[in-house]
Design a protein around this ligand. Structure first.
Ligand code: NAD
Length: 246
């Protein structure tokens, strides 16, 4: 599989799954633009993989617009792939729904949901112009199996799944494909805070038992960015070694 010649924008690339995806997609020949709130870490990953880095706050509409302007300039106005990976993904679980504070809930929805919408909206003209634009949204299987004590996050990822389906229909006439991947719990630093019993639930519940590393889902994401993946538009792929089936 080659992504050679394809310009791809990856958000949340400074660490965790995003950094793993950056290395993998670069290895497949993609011309990458990495974006993240965390500037120093993001630039370090970009330097490592030979990519361009642009800072972005997915909670800020103006910041997203500015990122899109830089992407336009860097790509000549043609973007082949957008990976909406950046999100508030750590430190927000383990709290019952009655105890989540409103500011936290709003912040998670603002970044994970509104940020995904605004990022896709800003990139849409560039994706259309490429003739084979692909959007890959990073959701989570927590929204599929109803993970408890994680209400803001599951609400946000459920919304990402719903938006994937609607966007697939809106962008399909322009042959822009929109898919989502729904990983289970990964061995990223972001899940270090998750209690052992939740890690064990996944490890024992997977069709392929045991922990799952972020590297294990990178091939699927890379495929979804290829021209041949258009046929999957609108689909949500649980990339969780068989923890949930759809
Ligand atoms: N790690 C897992 O177990 C797991 C499971 C399912 C889904 N996911 C999803 O994978 C993606 C990556 O998660 P991760 O585990 O690597 O988490 P992480 O916290 O390590 O990485 C998230 C990245 O997003 C960036 N980010 C956060 N807020 C931002 C903002 N306002 N603007 C721009 N960037 C921002 C962070 O700086 C960070 O680099 C997320 O969408 C997450 O929901 C992760």
């Amino acid at each position: 599989m080659s992504l050679s010649g394809r310009h791809i924008l990856l958000t949340g690339a400074a660490r965790g799954l995003g950094a793993v995806l950056a290395r993998h997609l670069a290895g497949q020949g993609a011309a990458l633009i990495l974006a993240d709130l965390a500037e120093d870490e993001g630039r370090a990953v970009a330097d490592e993989v030979g990519a361009r880095f642009v800072p972005v706050d997915l909670g800020g509409p103006g910041s997203i617009t500015a990122l899109a302007a830089e992407v336009t300039e860097a790509t000549g106005g043609r973007l082949h792939g957008l990976v909406n990976n950046g999100a508030i993904a750590t430190g927000i679980g383990g709290i019952g729904f009655e105890d989540v504070d409103i500011d936290t809930f709003d912040r998670v929805l603002r970044v994970n949901v509104r940020g995904t919408w605004l990022m896709t909206r800003a990139a849409a003209p560039l994706l259309r112009a490429s003739g084979s634009g692909r959007v890959v949204n990073v959701a989570s299987d927590t929204a599929l199996w109803g993970a408890p004590n994680l209400i803001s996050y599951t609400a946000s990822k459920g919304a990402v799944i719903a938006m994937t389906r609607s966007l697939a229909r809106e962008l399909g006439p322009d042959r822009v494909g929109v898919t989502a991947v729904a990983p289970g719990i990964l061995t990223t630093p972001s899940t270090d805070y998750v209690p052992e019993h939740r890690h064990r639930l996944y490890a024992e519940g997977r069709a392929v038992p045991g922990p799952q590393a972020p590297e294990e889902i990178a091939d699927t994401v890379a495929f979804l960015l290829t021209e041949g993946a258009l046929t999957l538009t609108g689909q949500v792929l649980p990339v969780n070694n068989g923890f949930v089936f759809t």
